[in-house]
Design a protein around this ligand. Structure first.
Ligand SMILES: NC(=O)C1=CN([C@@H]2O[C@H](COP(=O)(O)OP(=O)(O)OC[C@H]3O[C@@H](n4cnc5c(N)ncnc54)[C@H](OP(=O)(O)O)[C@@H]3O)[C@@H](O)[C@H]2O)C=CC1
Ligand SMILES: O=C([O-])CC(=O)C(=O)O
Length: 441
């Protein structure tokens, strides 16, 4: 083992070994190539960022440390900078290779429900160690540190690394999953077009950052609203990442639809399958009861009240978010987090035979005749390899197709509003008046 004092004057040469000492740790122990380096952060004031580098041979011959801008660099947080010998554990416990999961809006409500369950292993599996890379902003950096502290205190065995930062080009480095949650909520008197522009800029920047530094096969789930068009902006700004890898979260809507169908049919929700949400995550979304099943039978054979299906059910799902805001005083956070976990699980585990799941995906060569070059929620199946295929054996009737055209028109109008962010010229924004997010009524 080598023991070294921090040397604030040197520069960092191995970004992978940067450390951020933000806690009150007296001693930082780091294993590198199964050797330990003890860093005694005598020179480190609370809140300083410290990075260290070691020579490329096994024994850290040189140890260079730099105190940096506290808001800039954070490759590990607190206890996650300590003893970490994944390689040895991989050998003894057959753990898989560490995966990097980046989360934006990490100090927000949804993330607060999400991160701890991701870290528990319930989605990626009990043999899958993970690194959480948390993106915040100047606004939220203190809160983000609080999140990281709670993650430390949770002692999750599979959580091997946590880092926090405010620069997407650093936080998204090597990300294999990017869960893009952070976005400005629509405030009183704000036009949807304004929200499209403000949030669109966030997703344009994050698309560029993913394109520059993330894994070439990163899977991106856009949650921040308006999530379909944000996903479109993001993928357009990431030309080196397959457009197919970008998703807009409509799984919450699918879950809400399943719950309402179960309630009406008087069965528990595990009996409901094949539910598609078509289109936009907005009040024009189309919960499809034509192809959905209850106990393996078409919904329309079980629930014979077509008027309820076409009017009450559809509207309930479309506006569920708004009703919830009225009750809670804020938008769905816990159930949204659950639906993000469901969405990931659907991509990393094979879809049960005969079933499918909904996701907002890029409409390139879709078999349904939906307009190309938008992000539209459609039925998908996965082999569990992170990829998906669109389901072909779905049927349409005039009611379903008419609704699909309405939500398609909304997405095409949103796309025109963000042309300046997708590299497609000058934005022309003429949105239908009834365009709303589920949380607005
Ligand atoms: N697709 C879906 O099914 C659902 C989507 N949503 C959407 O998810 C998003 C996050 O929701 P939730 O976690 O509850 O929200 P919170 O308000 O709790 O957190 C949102 C985060 O967004 C970040 N943010 C980015 N830009 C701004 C800005 N200009 N002003 C304020 N905050 C900003 C903030 O983090 P920081 O300062 O670190 O950037 C903040 O922590 C929202 O857009 C919401 O509409 C919600 C429910 C369902
Ligand atoms: O509109 C919102 O912010 C909340 C939302 O998306 C939902 O509840 O589905």
């Amino acid at each position: 083992m080598a023991v070294a004092e921090l040397n604030p004057s040197s520069s960092c040469r191995r970004p992978a070994l940067y450390s951020s000492l933000k806690g009150s740790h007296d001693v930082l122990t780091r294993y590198y190539n199964r050797r330990s380096v003890f860093l005694r952060p005598a020179a480190a004031s609370r809140g300083s960022n410290i990075c260290c580098s070691v020579a490329s041979n096994d024994i850290p011959a040189t140890l260079a440390v730099k105190i940096d801008d506290p808001k800039k660099k954070a490759e590990c947080y607190g206890v996650f900078c300590l003893t970490y010998d994944l390689k040895a554990e991989e050998e003894t416990q057959s753990w898989k290779k560490l995966i990097n999961v980046a989360v934006s809006g990490a100090a927000g409500m949804i993330s607060n429900h999400l991160l701890f369950r991701l870290a528990s292993g319930e989605v990626f599996g009990p043999n899958q160690p993970i690194a959480l890379k948390l993106l915040g902003s100047q606004r939220s950096i203190q809160a983000l540190e609080g999140v990281a502290m709670e993650l430390e205190d949770s002692l999750f065995p599979l959580l091997r690394e946590v880092s926090i930062g405010i620069d997407p080009y650093e936080v998204f480095q090597d990300a294999e999953w990017a869960l893009l949650i952070g976005a400005k909520p629509r405030g009183p008197g704000m036009e949807r077009a304004g929200l499209l522009d403000i949030n669109g800029q966030i997703f344009a920047e994050q698309g560029k950052a993913l394109n520059a530094v993330a894994s070439r096969n990163v899977k991106v789930i856009v949650v921040g609203n308006p999530c379909n068009t944000n996903a479109l902006i993001c993928l357009k700004n990431a030309p080196n990442i397959p457009a197919k890898n970008f998703h807009a979260l409509t799984r919450l809507d699918e879950n809400r639809a399943k719950c309402q169908l179960a309630l009406k049919a008087g069965v528990f929700y595990d009996r409901v399958s094949n539910v598609t949400i078509w289109g936009n995550h907005s009040t024009t979304q189309v919960p499809d009861f034509l192809n959905a099943k209850i106990d393996g039978s078409p919904v329309k054979e079980v629930i014979k009240d077509t008027k309820w299906l076409e009017e009450e059910f559809t509207e309930k799902v479309q506006k569920r978010g708004g009703v919830l805001i009225q009750k809670w005083g804020r938008s769905s956070a816990a159930s949204t987090a659950v639906s993000i976990l469901d969405a990931i699980r659907s991509l990393v585990t094979p879809t049960p035979e005969g079933d499918w799941f909904s996701s907002g995906v890029y409409t390139s060569g879709n078999p349904y005749g939906i307009a190309e070059d938008i992000v539209f929620s459609m039925p998908c199946r996965s082999k569990g390899d992170g990829d998906y295929e669109l389901v072909k054996d779905v049927v349409f009737d005039d009611y379903l197709w008419g609704r699909i055209k309405k939500t398609e028109a909304e997405l095409l109008a949103e796309k025109k509003c963000v042309a300046h962010l997708t590299g497609e010229g000058v934005a022309v924004c003429d949105l239908p008046e009834d365009t709303m997010l589920p949380g607005e009524m």
